[in-house]
Ligand binder design. Sequence first.
Ligand SMILES: [Fe+2]
Length: 279
Amino acid sequence: MSQLSVNPLKVAALYVAIGTAWIYWSDAAVDALVSDPGMRSLVQHDKGTAFVVATGGIVYLLVRAHTRRMDAEHRRREDAYDQTLAGWAEALDLRDHSTAQHTTRVTTLTEQLARHVGFTGQALVNVRRGATLHDIGKMGVPDTILGKPGPLDDTEWEQMRRHPELAVQFLEHVEYLRDALDIPWCHHERWDGTGYPRGLAGTDIPLSARLFAVIDVYDAVTSKRPYREPMPHTDAMALIRAGAGGHFDPAIVAAFEALMTNIRTPTPECTPRFPLPIR
Ligand SMILES: [Fe+2]
């Protein structure tokens, strides 16, 4: 993509040249046209003020155009990052034999829930990226385990349970993903401390990972699998409610219920914000 490149030294030199020429020629013109010394001084003063105002306006327009160009470039770069992550996630979904669009669905819903409980700005971007990459550590799990049709034995489970830590190993050196690691690292932790890999409990589990844990289970049970039919929404919500205080943060379960009510039966009375604080 072509981009106009401006040499700051040339711009400064042009400004000095134009400014000097203006001062020289305009002073000469005032001297020639105004004979009264008092009036000449007044005109010189107004001329200087007009010059400052005019150049200030030009600087404003230049800075504004440059800022807009930088913003557009930043958005293009962010979109390119996100498209790359989506490509990785899609590749993993194929390798993991996940249900179609699993990652897209959980990412969309997690972002909605995060916004619902008050995430904004870069924190929301980190949630979206973390959800997209939640199982990226499975790239380090052998195909024989990922694609195994039957139940895993203890050794295989042990390898499978390494995927959150593998995600950290993969991503911690990628600077723009460093703040998006909470979900890949902590999405199998449980509110009661019985999860993995670190056995974190309660609010020691990052909030984004607590949000995602609910969504991941909801999507898993409501998706069709080769060995079972999808669970109806009502039953899935009952399952999530039953997990409050054990698997899930009760406050997040309540927020998820409010969000799903709003998504499925939007009403003006159902406000989209969950009453904070959730921490
Ligand atoms: Fe996982």
